[in-house]
Each structure stands twice: as structure tokens, then as C-alpha cells.
Ligand binder design. Structure first.
Ligand SMILES: Nc1ncnc2c1ncn2[C@@H]1O[C@H](COP(=O)(O)OP(=O)(O)O)[C@@H](O)[C@H]1O
Ligand SMILES: C[C@@](O)(CCOP(=O)(O)OP(=O)(O)O)CC(=O)O
Length: 198
């Protein structure tokens, strides 16, 4: 099958949600449904972790995972990233979008209004916001523990208010099946991708 190369993205899904709400799980699921020709997952934290790991001599792959390793460094990584963002709020957004050619981009970890504002400014008609929600009990079952300085800081709370979400996905174990909740979003992505094939 020929690669779907488009000049600009046709749709950008900007995901946010608290840690252990399931952002990676859900964006991976969408990626599997749409396929790599149609969509790519962009993690704003990837270039951050890569440079942070290099500077500190840490294991980049481990920082990308969902285990304890990343949690040990989270507070320091947040501070490191914030220093970068203060100098240039679009720094990580520009890095991750460079070279993305698929018609649908899934940004798995928007955290700050400045992240959303960058996409709204650069891609006003393509950007849509998606919130992943899970109760504290569910997140605790997945290994979350409230940590002052992290769970009450901008990295986790920056998008709690003042954002219109086009979709809110409930990712608790007793919620309606994800396939059902994602139907509208997947249908839109498929439509946009079809319209975007060149
Ligand atoms: N709907 C789900 N069903 C089963 N496991 C899930 C589900 N959602 C998340 N998880 C698991 O919970 C953990 C945290 O999810 P993750 O996607 O890494 O959260 P986040 O990216 O928001 O921090 C992972 O181990 C993931 O596999
Ligand atoms: C320093 C960070 O980028 C680390 C984020 O790592 P992940 O995006 O892997 O975190 P969760 O999926 O929510 O568990 C946070 C930031 O403030 O930029």
C-alpha cells in the first residue's frame, strides 16, 4: 500500500489526562485501530526525556515506560522541561512534529495551556482536544500515589480548567467499552485520512 503522504496533518488529536488515567493505553489502541500509515503518536515528553537522559546519563527507554523508573525522576524532569519551556514554549511541540507525515497526529501528553495554544495557533482547523479520565481509585490500582509537588502542579493540573474538550473518555474498569467511546473519534480520523490521501 502506498504511504499516505500529506502536506499538513488533516487531524490532530491532543490528549491530556492525569497520570495513570490511561493516555498511553488509549492512544496505543487508537494507533492500532488506524494503523501506522494513517496516524502517528507524538509524545511531547519524548524529546524531553531523550535530552534529559543524555544530560544525566540515564536510561531513555526506561524513562519512556510506565514503571517506577520514570517516577523517580519525574519531579526533576518536570523542572528541567519547565526551564526549557520558559525560554521557548513551543520547543517540544516543534521537535515532535518535525518529520511527522501521516494525516492524523495523536499527541499523547498535552499538559499545559501553552502546548494547546501552540497547536491551536499552528493548526487551528485540525486541532481537537481529548481528555482521558479515570477515578483516583482506578489510578491507584494502576500504581498511582498522590505526590505533592507533582499531582498538584501545572504538569498534572494545567488543563483542569478552561479547556473545551471535544471528547471525554472515561477509562475506569466499569465504564462503557473503549471501542464504543472511541467510535466517533475513530470515524472522524478515518474520514479525514481518506480525504487527505495524495
Ligand atoms: N482500559 C485499560 N485496561 C487495562 N489496563 C489499562 C487500561 N488503561 C490503562 N491501563 C494500564 O494502566 C497503566 C497506566 O496506563 P498509562 O496508559 O500508562 O497511563 P498514563 O499514560 O495516563 O500515565 C498501564 O500499565 C496500562 O497498561
Ligand atoms: C517531565 C514530563 O514530561 C514527564 C511525563 O512523562 P509521561 O508523559 O510518560 O507521564 P504519564 O504518561 O502521565 O505517566 C512531565 C512534564 O511536565 O513535561
Amino acid at each position: 500500500m502506498a504511504a499516505m503522504v500529506t502536506d499538513t496533518p488533516k487531524l490532530i488529536l491532543l490528549f491530556s489526562g492525569k497520570r495513570k488515567s490511561g493516555k498511553d493505553y488509549i492512544t496505543d489502541l487508537i494507533h492500532k485501530r488506524l494503523g501506522s500509515e494513517v496516524c502517528c503518536i507524538l509524545r511531547l515528553s519524548a524529546p524531553l526525556k531523550e535530552q534529559y537522559a543524555r544530560e544525566r546519563g540515564l536510561d531513555y527507554e526506561e524513562l519512556l515506560g510506565s514503571g517506577q523508573y520514570k517516577e523517580q525522576y519525574r519531579a526533576d524532569m518536570i523542572a528541567w522541561g519547565e526551564r526549557r519551556r520558559t525560554q521557548d514554549p513551543g520547543f517540544f511541540c516543534r521537535l515532535v512534529t518535525r518529520g511527522a507525515t501521516q494525516p492524523v497526529w495523536i499527541v499523547s501528553d498535552a499538559r499545559r495551556l501553552s502546548d494547546l495554544q501552540w497547536f491551536w495557533r499552528e493548526y487551528p482547523s485540525q486541532s481537537r482536544c481529548v481528555r482521558v479520565e479515570a477515578s483516583e481509585d482506578t489510578r491507584r490500582d494502576r500504581g498511582w500515589e498522590f505526590t505533592p509537588g507533582i499531582d498538584d502542579a501545572e504538569s498534572e493540573c494545567g488543563l483542569d480548567h478552561g479547556v473545551h474538550f471535544d471528547w471525554v473518555i472515561c477509562n475506569d474498569s466499569d465504564a462503557s467499552p473503549l471501542e464504543e467511546q472511541l467510535q466517533g473519534l475513530l470515524a472522524l480520523a478515518q474520514d479525514k485520512a481518506r480525504a487527505g490521501v495524495s
